[in-house]
Design a protein around this ligand. Structure first.
Ligand SMILES: *[C@@H]1O[C@H](CO)[C@@H](O)[C@H](O)[C@H]1NC(C)=O
Length: 193
């Protein structure tokens, strides 16, 4: 009986430590890579699962080639089905990472995602695949998911899959405009040509 209790205790200890390390990984990766504060003042604490075809998963700075990321990826996160979420994908390294001018490129924005069903949501900016400048350092392609306070009537021009000036606006302006708060889920990959 005693051994039994100790085993359960050790199990709980190990699993809670594992969960803690897990969430710290996402937040500290966002800080170490300077994504906090470059694009968001607060770090997401949970991993956003982002998977491109042929088993190319996004994982905290892992390199993926532009060829592996041509089509919009699948997105998964632990959602509350009675809430709405916003997904943003952004490149803060436009045109090149060492350029100190604060500049961002909005690759993909989906709002009013009911639970984690991105196919029943409102696409505000169509997916544009990574286009790092050849020979420059790797860019940080970053995905963030925010929980909305409710359904949002977005007042935005719908952005087609072509670069336009409206895509070169820091995402925090969008986040503040719609009161999205801090991102809950995040992930990013690096890519270079
Ligand atoms: C999901 O959201 C609803 C509405 O905000 C809330 O009442 C409920 O407690 C949430 N469920 C979970 C599991 O967090």
């Amino acid at each position: 009986m005693k051994t039994h209790k100790i085993i359960i205790f050790v199990f709980i200890l190990l699993t809670s430590k594992a969960n803690l390390a897990y969430s710290n990984d996402v937040a500290s990766a966002f800080r170490c890579s300077k994504l906090v504060p470059n694009i968001t003042p607060c770090a997401p604490t949970r991993e956003l699962q982002v998977s491109y075809p042929q088993g190319n998963f996004v994982y905290l700075g892992k390199m993926l080639t532009p060829a592996e990321t041509v089509k919009a990826p699948g997105i998964e996160f632990i959602a509350n089905s009675s809430k709405y979420y916003t997904l943003i994908m952004v490149d803060p390294d436009i045109p090149i990472p060492s350029n100190t001018t604060p500049s961002e490129f909005r690759h993909w924005i989906i709002g009013n995602i009911p639970g984690d069903d991105i196919y029943s949501a409102e696409t505000l900016a169509d997916y544009i695949s990574p286009m790092p400048v050849p020979g420059s350092e790797a860019h940080r392609y970053t995905f963030l998911v925010y929980e909305q306070k409710g359904y949002i009537k977005f007042k935005e021009p719908k952005l087609k899959a072509i670069p336009s000036p409206a895509r070169f606006v820091p995402i925090q302006k969008f986040v503040d405009k719609y009161d999205l708060g801090c991102p809950l889920f995040g992930n990013y990959f690096r890519s270079a040509l």
